[in-house]
Design a binder for this molecule. Structure first.
Ligand code: GLU
Length: 429
């Protein structure tokens, strides 16, 4: 008798991955016609690599680091997604983030699958030359998995344009010629796109404007208060854009804590401060200090969580006072919090829609690089807005059709798109 293969079971104790898998289960429940094998396959990461590698520190010592690269799915094209440097990153978290990239790219109709990477390292504890050594060696460890037609990394938490430049250079030196399209989020002088750095934050505000319309909040911008958790690449640019459009940004935060002013913060000054000091710590402008936890519960019209996963939970969701939540971070809301927000009629614009501006302009950067023809900033923003508004409308229509919230609607749309592509392609061999 031939032994029957036992199908593996996907379980996890990581809260971020639990969130991603529960969101998936919630959405596929509305797609009963999908073959069960397809539903099962799309839940799993397609391939994943864990590496342990040495890097020399400035004092001559050699340290060992651990890193990951996960390709969740490649049905719609090469996989795409950031690389995160964090002391807490783990394989399950990277799996969750890779899965979200698949749905995010599919939702905004980019010809990409989803991936994510991470290195267990606190970038603030290392000098530039140490970060360069870590990045170059990590790149060479995962080089089999990346490439302009295979898998294209980008910045995420703890990484930036300089990190991408080192990856691009290491890859290019290995193959023997320059390959700018192997990463996105590069510096402008080596093939980056105008508007890429601002894109995620800007996209968050595009979605916020749509959501204000949807919620019928017709006050003028100076009367609309916005609270933003996080002042990194997403939060700071969302704050700047909201401020530029005249909205009252009353609180922001970073790892050093929260800063609050009921009359509105001086965002340009705070941005300049954070750029110079790499933190808001010791900012002495007109703001009172509050904790990150207090910030999430401030009375306001719009709350933008733009920092970490798992910030809005069953515990604090009952005390959130915002009328609408626009997710700049990936996975900031747990399924328990989602249910509470539904009950309380708080509209949540989900991450895979609200923060898709980043990967959308990454796609523009990749296209411009492959064509070796670059667009001006207006063109980047015009195309970005068109893609996000179209996706937003599609999610609203799906939410109405299935009578579900925006998150489940976004996931239904994206999962179905990937599943249908898979069915059209058929099954090899
Ligand atoms: N790390 C970003 C995200 O989570 C951008 C990914 C990319 O541009 O590929 O969406």
């Amino acid at each position: 008798m031939v032994a029957q293969a036992v199908p593996p079971v996907l379980t996890t104790t990581d809260p971020t991955y639990q969130t991603a898998l529960r969101q998936y289960d919630r959405a596929v429940a509305y797609l009963p016609n999908l073959p069960s094998g397809v539903v099962e396959f799309l839940k799993w990461p397609r391939r994943e690599l864990t590496v342990h590698f040495p890097a020399r520190m400035e004092n001559g010592e050699v340290k060992i680091f651990t890193g990951y690269r996960v390709h969740h799915n490649t049905v719609l094209g090469p996989s795409k997604g950031g690389i995160r440097y964090s002391a807490h990153v783990n394989l399950d978290e990277v799996r969750a983030l890779a899965m979200w990239m698949t749905w995010k790219c599919a939702l905004v109709n980019l010809p990409y699958g989803g991936a994510k990477g991470g290195v267990v390292v606190d970038p603030h504890q290392h000098t530039q030359s140490e970060l360069e050594a870590i990045t170059r060696r990590f790149t060479s460890e995962i080089i089999l998995l990346i490439g302009p037609k295979i898998d294209i990394p980008a910045p995420d938490m703890g990484t930036n344009a300089q990190t991408m430049a080192w990856i691009m250079d290491t890859y290019s030196m290995t193959v023997g010629y320059s390959v700018p399209a192997v990463v996105t989020g590069k510096p402008l002088n080596i093939g980056g796109s105008l508007g890429r750095e601002e894109a995620t934050g800007r996209g968050v505000i595009v979605c916020m404007l749509e959501a204000l319309r949807q919620k019928d909040i017709t006050k003028s911008p100076p009367d609309i208060s916005v609270v933003i958790q996080g002042f990194g690449n997403v939060g700071s640019h969302a704050a700047r854009r909201a401020h530029e459009l005249g909205f009252k940004v009353i609180a922001v935060s970073d790892a050093s804590g929260g800063y609050y002013n009921s009359k509105g913060l001086n965002i340009p000054e705070m941005y300049a401060y954070a750029r110079q000091h790499r933190t808001l710590a010791d900012y002495r402008g007109e703001a009172e200090p509050i904790t990150n936890a207090e910030l999430l519960e401030l009375p306001c019209d719009v709350l933008i969580p733009a920092a970490l996963e798992g910030q809005l939970t069953g515990e604090n969701a009952p005390r959130v006072k915002a009328k609408l939540i626009v997710e700049g971070a990936n996975g900031p809301t747990t399924p328990e919090a989602d249910d509470i927000f539904d009950d309380r009629d708080i509209l949540v614009v989900p991450d895979i829609l609200a923060n898709a501006g980043g990967v959308t302009v990454s796609y523009f950067e990749w296209v411009q690089g492959l064509q070796e023809y670059f667009w001006d900033e207006d063109e980047v923003y015009r195309r970005l807005e068109r893609i996000l508004v179209r996706a937003y409308d599609e999610v609203v229509n799906t939410a109405e059709r299935y009578n579900v919230n925006m998150r489940t609607a976004a996931n239904i749309t994206a999962i179905n798109r990937v599943a249908q592509a898979m069915i059209t392609r058929g099954f090899y061999p």
